[in-house]
Ligand binder design. Structure first.
Ligand code: AMP
Length: 416
């Protein structure tokens, strides 16, 4: 099956075409045959398309909206000159898998999209006003461009965390706000945490019920997840992605009284304050320089920039705090698994996070740690480390493609 996997952000469109079927999933042989990224949708858009094994095509062109961007991508995919193996026309794409950020309490697993599902995803907009509208644009555009008959599947960032207990997911607010508005912790990055847990089980050669790990998705967005007996029992993001770890531009955990004080002192509206908390805080806010961890490390090393160091140390400190909390919540942990841009590539950040954790049984092998970057999947703890440490490059698209395939074939998804 050729699956078109689509991930729409507010001004971006990311896609992959993956070949998969039940046998390929079983043998772990499914593969990406082409992929693309369109940034700055709505203005002069930046295109980066690539057929597997060939050089990428990069160019800029104006694309008005997500529909125009998707049409542009489809024209490239079906152009005879592009020569994607197995793809000659739109009919060679058999199903579409959409990443949807918020599935609320309704969607505990991936589901085939129909009018009722679209309306329920629209109902979740209140919970994810920044993300779900963009995901929906992708769904509407795909319906327009591919037609009504091709199966479309929604895969939710929140689903993996639907196994959390109410003791964990409730905020200590008056209970009626949960009943009335479904205000609670949902958690995000679910496909990434799920993929990393799946890959860890393969590497460790264990069953799902034996999987007791903490996954650390450290990218521009960042979250930690406590996985016990293969299920998410807690995660650091909350009702929205702003809660939890410090991120590139998001605050993470914050006393809500800060919002009142900012409104009072700065005369700021709620929208303005949330723009500060989402877009101007985190690594960027503390350093005053950048949200990019690579640049912060460079600033620290080359210019001894005090606030770059402060931002990095705050970031690592928060991760350590969550590791401690989740280790307690799980009554011990077998492995820490690092993933995403920072987790996969930065030996320095992993070193600072794991530093001085001997009491917890965490012992990093410095040499192995240095070798883990650029997509390498490996264990980086010493043989004596009670808690193993892994670097596992994430692959959310694989989960999206596999779920799409299983939903279309009506096969129960074993990994959720
Ligand atoms: P992501 O959101 O997963 O794409 O991750 C983006 C983040 O990963 C940015 O902060 C990058 O600076 C960071 N990153 C990527 N490569 C490295 C690296 N070699 N060292 C430190 N941070 C990195």
């Amino acid at each position: 099956m050729n699956i078109f996997v689509l991930n729409c952000g507010s001004s971006s469109l990311k896609f992959q075409i993956m070949q998969t079927d039940l046998e390929m999933i079983e043998k772990d042989q499914d593969k990406t045959i082409a992929k693309g990224l369109i940034e700055r949708v709505g203005s002069q858009s930046l295109i980066n398309f690539q057929v597997d094994g060939r050089s990428p095509i990069k160019l800029a062109t104006p694309l008005r909206d997500h529909r125009a961007a998707l049409l542009y991508a489809i024209n490239w995919i079906t152009n005879p000159e592009t020569q994607i193996p197995g793809i000659e026309s739109l009919q060679d794409v058999h199903a579409i898998g959409h990443r949807v950020v918020h599935g609320g309490e309704r969607f505990k697993r991936s589901i085939r999209i129909d009018a009722a599902v679209i309306s329920e995803i629209e109902d979740c907009i209140d919970l994810a006003p920044l993300h779900n509208p963009a995901n929906l644009k992708g769904i509407y555009a795909a319906r327009d461009v591919f037609g009504q008959t091709i199966p479309q599947v929604a895969i939710f960032d929140t689903s993996f965390h639907s196994t959390m207990d109410e003791v964990t997911y409730l905020y200590a607010l008056p209970y009626q706000y949960y009943r009335r508005y479904k205000i609670r912790k949902y958690g995000f990055h679910g496909t990434s945490h799920r993929y990393v847990a799946y890959k860890y089980r393969k590497l460790a050669g264990i069953k799902k019920e034996e999987c007791n790990i903490i996954t650390l998705h450290l990218g521009n967005g960042a979250s930690a997840c406590a996985i016990k007996a293969g299920k998410s029992i807690d995660t650091s993001m909350g009702m929205t992605p702003i809660e939890g770890l410090m991120m590139g531009t998001r605050t993470g955990d914050l006393d809500p009284a800060v919002i009142e004080l900012l409104a009072y002192k700065e005369g700021a509206t709620l929208d303005e304050i949330f723009a500060i908390l989402n877009k101007r805080s985190g690594l960027l806010g503390i350093s005053g320089l950048t949200n990019d961890m690579r640049d912060l490390i460079e600033e620290e090393q080359e210019h001894s920039d005090r606030r770059a160091t402060l931002a990095i140390n705050m970031f690592c400190g928060r991760v350590r705090k969550y590791i401690g909390a989740y280790t307690a919540a799980m009554n011990g942990v077998d492995a820490l698994c690092f993933t995403a841009g920072i987790g996969e590539n930065s030996a320095e950040i992993r070193r600072r996070i794991c530093n001085n954790m001997n009491w917890l049984g965490v012992e990093l092998d410095d040499e192995l740690n240095q070798q883990a970057f650029g997509g390498r999947e490996m264990m980086i703890s010493t043989p004596n480390s009670k808690v193993k440490i892994y670097v596992i490059p994430t692959n959310e698209e694989l989960i999206l493609a596999r779920d799409t395939c299983r939903v279309v074939l009506n096969v129960q998804n074993p990994a959720n």
